[in-house]
Design a protein around this ligand. Structure first.
Ligand code: 4AD
Ligand code: MG
Length: 465
C-alpha cells in the first residue's frame, strides 16, 4: 500500500478535509453490510467516535475481506466524504485496506455484544478498546493534565517525593514492606530478630502511604508545592472505593491556615470538574447515556454551588438526630463510615460537605490541635456517591506540641527527626490535603467501582496484568 501521513480519527471529522484522500488506522469495532457493500466502524482511541469505512466489495477480494473482523487492526486509504447515513458525520470510501493484525473471532473476547464491567475487569489488557474504558481513560488523562495546569498557573511547584520510605505518614500501619532479604533464609541478630542491617537500605522500609511529610519540607522552602504520584496501602478493604495502589495529589502551602486550605480544596475540585465538562464532552455524554443519566447535571451542580462547611461535632449531632438506621453506630469520637458521610451529603445537605475539627484520636499525629485540646484542624471533603474525596489539615507547627503527640502515639523518633527539624528551624503555619485521584475520576465519570477508573487495579488478592 502507498505510504501516506496518517490522520487520527478525531481529526477526520473536520469538514475542510471532505473530498480529500486520507489514511486512517485503527481497530475494527464492527463490520456489517450485504453482498455488495460493507461498513466498517473503525476506532483508533483518539475519540469515542468511530469513523465509518465504506467498502465496495467489487473492489476487494474475499481473501482480503475475510480477516477484517471485530478487533482486527487495519490501515485504510480512501476519500473522506460527508456521510449520507444517520448519526455519521463523515465516512471514508475505501480504496485500499492493509491488515496489520487479525483477531480470530472464535477466541477474541471483545465481541460487539455488551459485556459486564465485571467481565471486562478480567480482561483489563483489552478493555481500553471498549467505548466505556476508552472514555474513562481519556477523561483520566484530561484530569491529570488539569491538575498540573491548575497548580502551575498558580505558582505551585511539582515536588517528587520518595516512593520508598522508612516512615509511616498516616500511622495506620497499612504499609507494604520493601526488602531484598531472602524470605526463605532471613538473617537474624543474636536475639533472634530480623537483622535489617543486612537489608538493602540497612533498615526496614516500605512503600509510601503519602508524600505529605516530605511535601511539608517542600512547602517550608518553596512556599507552595504539590505532589502527584502513586501511593500504596496494604489495608484489606475490599470496597468499591479502595485500591491498594492509587494516585494521590497532595498540595502543601506555607502560611495557609485551615480556612485557606478549604478554599483551595473547593476551588481545585470545582476547577477540575469544570475542566472535564469543557474538555471531555463526547466522553461524558457517552457515559451519561450508558450508565448514569444524571451525571452531567451532578457535575454542574457541584461546580455551581458552595460546599457546606461544618464541624465534626455538628455533623455527628445531625446523624444522631436523623433517626436513620446506620449499620455502624454513630457517636462523638466515632470514625465516620462511608454511610454516614453519604447521609450528610446526599440526604441531609444534598451538597458536598467539608467536615472539620475531628477528634484528635481518629486523626493523624501531625494535625494542629485546637484550643479545646480535644479536636484537630482536620478537613475531609465529602462528595455525593463517593464519601471522602479529600483528606487534609492544618499542620501542627509547634515543636513541643508535635513532639508530645509523637511521644503519646509511640511513633519511633529515629524515623521523625528530619520532620521535626522543620518545627525547630523557622517553623510557620502551613496546611495541605490529599486528593484521591481515582475517587475524583470515579466522581467525574459516574462509574461506581474504583477498579474501573484505573487501568490496572491492585486490590487484595489481585495483581494481574
Ligand atoms: O485521608 P488520607 O489518608 O490523607 C492522607 O494521606 C494525608 N497525608 C493527605 C494530606 O494531607 N496531604 O488520604 C487522602 C485521600 C482520601 O481522601 C481518599 O480520597 C484517597 O486519598 N484514598 C484512597 N483512594 C483509593 N484507595 C485507597 N485505599 C485510599 N485511601 C485514601
Ligand atoms: Mg482520610
Amino acid at each position: 500500500m502507498e505510504t501516506m501521513k496518517r490522520t487520527k480519527v478525531v481529526d477526520a471529522f473536520d469538514a475542510s478535509l471532505y473530498g480529500t484522500r486520507i489514511n486512517v488506522k485503527g481497530w475494527v469495532r464492527t463490520r456489517r453490510g450485504n453482498k455488495h457493500i460493507n461498513f466498517i466502524a473503525l476506532n483508533d482511541g483518539s475519540t469515542i467516535k468511530n469513523i465509518q469505512v465504506v467498502v465496495d466489495l467489487s473492489k476487494f477480494t474475499e481473501a482480503e475481506m475475510k480477516p477484517i473482523t471485530t478487533g482486527a487492526c487495519i490501515s485504510v486509504i480512501g476519500t473522506l466524504v460527508e456521510s449520507q447515513g444517520k448519526g455519521q458525520q463523515a465516512e471514508i470510501q475505501a480504496e485500499s485496506i492493509e491488515l496489520y493484525g487479525g483477531a480470530d473471532p472464535d477466541v477474541y473476547p471483545l465481541q460487539k455484544k455488551g459485556h459486564t464491567l465485571e467481565f471486562l475487569r478480567e480482561i483489563a489488557h483489552l478493555r481500553p478498546r471498549t467505548n466505556t474504558f476508552g472514555a474513562v481513560f481519556r477523561i483520566r488523562h484530561h484530569l491529570a493534565y488539569a491538575i498540573h495546569k491548575y497548580f502551575n498557573d498558580r505558582g505551585f511547584f511539582y515536588l517528587n517525593t520518595p516512593l520508598i520510605t522508612a516512615s509511616d505518614c498516616e500511622g495506620a500501619g497499612a504499609m507494604f514492606q520493601v526488602t531484598t532479604l531472602d524470605l526463605n533464609n532471613v538473617p537474624r541478630t543474636d536475639d533472634g530478630a530480623v537483622d535489617y542491617s543486612a537489608d538493602f537500605f540497612g533498615k526496614p522500609t516500605s512503600l509510601t502511604v503519602s508524600g505529605q511529610l516530605e511535601g511539608e519540607l517542600g512547602a517550608m522552602s518553596l512556599g507552595a508545592i504539590y505532589t502527584f504520584g502513586p501511593t500504596f496501602r496494604a489495608e484489606n478493604s475490599n470496597t468499591p472505593r479502595h485500591l491498594a495502589e492509587f494516585w494521590m495529589v497532595e498540595p502543601e502551602v506555607a502560611f495557609n491556615e485551615i480556612e485557606e486550605n478549604m478554599d483551595l480544596a473547593e476551588d481545585f475540585l470545582k476547577y477540575l470538574i469544570r475542566y472535564a465538562l469543557d474538555h471531555c464532552q463526547d466522553d461524558l455524554e457517552f457515559l451519561s447515556q450508558m450508565y448514569d443519566s444524571e451525571l452531567i447535571e451532578r457535575l454542574k451542580f457541584v461546580v455551581e454551588n458552595d460546599f457546606v462547611r461544618l464541624p465534626y461535632t455538628e455533623g455527628v449531632k445531625i446523624l444522631e438526630e436523623s433517626g436513620h438506621k446506620f449499620e455502624y453506630p454513630v457517636y462523638w469520637g466515632a470514625d465516620l463510615q462511608s454511610e454516614h458521610e453519604r447521609f450528610l451529603v446526599e440526604e441531609h445537605f444534598k451538597k458536598p460537605v467539608i467536615l472539620t475539627d475531628y477528634p484528635k484520636e481518629i486523626k493523624a499525629f501531625y494535625m494542629k490541635l485546637n484550643d479545646d485540646g480535644k479536636t484537630v484542624r482536620a478537613m475531609d471533603v465529602l462528595f455525593p456517591r463517593i464519601g471522602e474525596i479529600i483528606g487534609g489539615s492544618q499542620r501542627e507547627e509547634s515543636y513541643e506540641k508535635l513532639l508530645s503527640r509523637i511521644e503519646e502515639l509511640h511513633i519511633p523518633m529515629k524515623d521523625m527527626w528530619w520532620y521535626l527539624d522543620t518545627r525547630r528551624f523557622g517553623t510557620a503555619p502551613h496546611s495541605g490535603f490529599g486528593l484521591g485521584f481515582e475517587r475524583l475520576v470515579l466522581f467525574v465519570t459516574g462509574m461506581t467501582n474504583i477498579r474501573d477508573v484505573i487501568p490496572f487495579p491492585r486490590t487484595p488478592k489481585n495483581a494481574e496484568f
